[in-house]
Design a protein around this ligand. Structure first.
Ligand SMILES: CCCCCCCCCCCCC[C@H](O)CC(=O)SCCNC(=O)CCNC(=O)[C@H](O)C(C)(C)COP(=O)(O)OP(=O)(O)OC[C@H]1O[C@@H](n2cnc3c(N)ncnc32)[C@H](O)[C@@H]1OP(=O)(O)O
Length: 269
């Protein structure tokens, strides 16, 4: 698939081999989400998911916000939509965020500012979140008559920050600023604004130096085992993954490199 030269709602950069940076690019509207953005996000996620040489995706926002959620200027026409039309609208957005979350390689959100409403949900679709001091999270939903059952937010939040804090966050609609977000685990780290992307790139390099197959099956195990109901089912999933990896090229290469005291050359096969 030849890569399109321009995207309307974001930019796609490749600062170095194996790393893709997707930057939401509607800064004048706080990178708020439109149907075009949902369609483009799903498309680029599916495109990136099929790139064998890709190791990490970084997701960030242009300007002062990460993402302000659904574009409220587009909300006017919603009231005239039929119920099924509204369901289609929700599912269009949900497919986009599901596609981002399902990218086989790790996704790091570099949260450069406010992540509100659907922007919070989008940040939660990433595996890892690194924030600048301007990073702030807001389940804006209840303030505009919606529910925090939005684009995966009600699934991620109890798992990430615990049921009671998730409830407080969802019901009050208050902001969680960067320092509190880090203490809750909503952010992995808070770093100076001017080095946010560099820090995300540094983490991406650490990940890229490891076995691609090992990293990707680790992501599959971590995601799948948040869904399974039992320890036994989790072990079953893990056993299959390890059995696959021991039949691949990366593990013997890693063992050989260890013995020869050299850096392994992983292929992900
Ligand atoms: C009413 C229901 C509408 C949604 C219905 C959904 C139907 C189905 C849609 C598909 C499924 C998606 C569902 C989605 O996930 C739901 C949501 O996202 S709901 C939550 C929507 N977002 C918000 O409520 C957040 C609103 N914005 C803010 O709280 C703040 O702007 C901010 C993001 C925290 C940033 O604050 P500040 O830094 O102080 O900046 P300002 O507030 O001064 O804003 C600057 C500028 O940007 C404009 N802007 C900000 N957010 C949005 C937005 N979401 N849409 C459009 N424009 C936005 C703001 O108006 C200012 O513009 P200016 O006044 O300078 O022209």
């Amino acid at each position: 698939m030849t890569e399109p030269t321009t995207w309307e709602t974001f930019t796609l950069d490749r600062p170095e081999p194996g790393i893709a940076v997707v930057t939401l690019n509607r800064p004048e509207r706080m990178n708020s989400m439109t149907n075009t953005m949902f369609v483009e996000l799903e498309r680029v996620a599916l495109q990136l998911d099929h790139e064998h040489d890709l190791r990490v995706v970084i997701l960030t926002g242009a300007g002062k916000a990460f993402c302000g959620g659904f574009d409220l200027d587009d909300a006017d026409g919603l009231s005239s939509m039929t119920p099924m039309g509204m369901l289609d609208q929700q599912e269009l957005a949900a497919r986009a965020l599901s596609a981002i979350r399902s990218i086989r390689v790790p996704v790091i959100a570099a949260v450069n500012g406010a992540a509100a409403g659907g922007g919070l949900s989008l940040s939660l679709a990433a595996d890892i979140r690194i924030g600048s001091p301007a990073a702030r999270f807001n389940a804006a939903f209840v303030r505009i008559g919606l529910s925090a059952g939005d684009l995966g937010a009600s699934w991620h939040l109890p798992r990430l920050i615990g049921p009671a804090r998730a409830a407080e966050f969802a019901y009050t609609g208050r902001f969680i600023e960067a320092v509190e977000a880090e203490s809750l685990g909503l952010l992995n780290a808070v770093v100076p604004a001017e080095s946010l992307l560099d820090e995300a790139l540094a983490m991406a390099r650490l990940i890229s130096a490891n076995s691609p197959a090992g990293v990707q099956l680790s992501k599959r195990a971590l995601h799948a085992n948040m869904e399974v109901s039992s320890y036994a089912a989790a072990l079953e999933l893990e056993n299959r993954g390890q059995a696959l990896l021991t039949r691949g090229d990366d593990m013997p290469e890693a063992l050989a490199a260890f013995k020869e005291k050299r850096t392994p050359k992983f292929t992900g096969r």
